[in-house]
Ligand binder design. Sequence first.
Ligand code: AKG
Ligand code: FE2
Length: 195
Amino acid sequence: MEQIQLFAEAGQSRGLPKHLLEYQPALYGSKESDTLLQFFINNTPWQQTTQTLWHKQYLTPRLTCWYGETDRIAGLLPWTPELQAIREKVEPLAGISFNCVLLNYYRNGNDSVAWHSDKESVLGSQPTIASVSFGQVRSFDIRNKHNHAEKYSVRLEHGSFLLMKGSLQEDWHHRIAKSARPMKPRVNLTFRRVV
Ligand SMILES: O=C(O)CCC(=O)C(=O)O
Ligand SMILES: [Fe+2]
């Protein structure tokens, strides 16, 4: 029997469930990825929101910004040419169209996103989400909600593409963990379709 491979050095761990995640390392070449990383860092009106945990408010440990064109979410900024271009590149790979995108800015290893799934009702059941990453390679971990021992990790490289689909949001949690090692900035874009 094959053993689950955890935390591969780069790219996707062996045995990554293909019906849940599709990984493509170089959607963008490294020069273009450098330009896009700097562009998004410098030209996005980043916000640090708050989260409530056990009746106490905490700053979300990363910066975020929403863009798109749906009435179902308030306060979306209009698409920019740069985001439109990326959207047009990922839509054929995803096989669906997207109407909003969440930008995440992880400034260093202390920035993170805790275990969660993206299963807001506005995304419908079994949403397909396209994720594009620029900058520091970070580990994207998934673990089965019903069996935490079942887990995988993908190292999301500069310019990479990851498609989340099927029952990923229903049956699995995902996260970008903090790192004790020094980490350079990373920007991630998750394209979603609000229905
Ligand atoms: O930064 C990432 O790769 C994941 C971000 C994420 O999970 C989200 O935006 O919901
Ligand atoms: Fe997520």
